[in-house]
Design a protein around this ligand. Sequence first.
Ligand code: AMP
Ligand code: MG
Length: 400
Amino acid sequence: MISVDDHREAVTKLLGTAPATPLALPECAGLVLAEDVRAGVSLPPFDNSAMDGYAVRAQDIAAASPENPVELPVAADIPAGRVDVPDLLPGTAHRIMTGAPMPPGADSVVMVEETDGGTERVRIRKSVPVDNHVRHIGEDVVKGTVALTAGTVLSHAQLGLAAAVGLDKLTVHRPLKVVVASTGSELIDAPNPLRYGQIYESNSIMLATAIRATGAEVVVVRSVVDDVDEFRAVIEPKLADADLLVTSGGVSAGAYEVVKDALTGSVVFEKIAMQPGGPQGSGRWNGVPVVTLPGNPVSVLVSFEAFLRPALLSAMGHTGVNRQQVRAKLIESMTSPLGRRQFRRGFYTQTEGQVTGIVGPRGGPGSHLLAAFTQANCLIVLPEDVGSVAEGEEVDVLLL
Ligand code: AMP
Ligand code: MG
């Protein structure tokens, strides 16, 4: 048997690293920046007003108070977006809006609330220090400096900053294109009616959703029957520009194992020292990386966590590919097969003020118990050399 860690490394190696490609900003969400981004402009790009009000020379209104307002002529109006900003002459004010450029000669802004709001002349009821409500050029980002570093995961704030410094594209590790295929002659796609012996196909939506959440793109081929020629005929044309084929089902030790039968010679099929998810395979078919998962729905989800998720994330440039792992006190005793790493579905809670949380299993070890997975928020990991854990002992927990 191969260890979980060795298979994970093999799958990670198989996927390699997605090439760096320029993509339009909206397509970059969730992806990883492949190179440093230097700001082509400062932020703010020019001194501007942080308030709606009046640009003035602070010294001109030094004597202003509610009892003795200072009255100044309003010499210009500067809405946001005005590009021909006239100089402010001593003893005058310019009406100015938030984000509008400061007129040369002005050194401060009085907010409109401290004035009578006049448009010809303005009465100012308060003195202000120099730089009041002025946002200075380069306060946020200085032109030419690194605004975003390679390896940054691009979420909304990062994409906003890229847009703010004038970019419409970023060079990212491009999303992998993954073909997800589910196999099994018993599988029926809803809402078609079931006959005795048939079940509804559920792995492909799980895999597609989980894989898309890593940032990859997915094409789904559902419910391929257990026939080698049919399998090849249906899947092969989908692989033209694929980076990875992920299959479910058809890799165990029985007969009619379509994936095994079709791909032996291209893919190495192995038994991994884990439960669930023992039967696994990886290799290349016509040059395209292939990862074959067993068919039971919980095995699929656990295999995704153990192998696919870290490999996909690392291929797309992520460095933090591991789920957060914590120790937790088990609230009921559990057993595990010696020699295998067991991943059990669990529910973890951490009471405020308590350092160590508590965890209990959701459902038994059976890899068909999908409903229990939906009530879990973690995987309880019982290592290979552990046969049982008593209530109250600490275990490793992967937070999902
Ligand atoms: P297999 O690995 O093909 O032997 O399948 C193991 C178990 O998982 C069988 O009970 C299958 O019916 C079930 N199974 C396989 N593929 C799927 C699927 N796509 N959706 C739901 N159940 C499946
Ligand atoms: Mg099958």
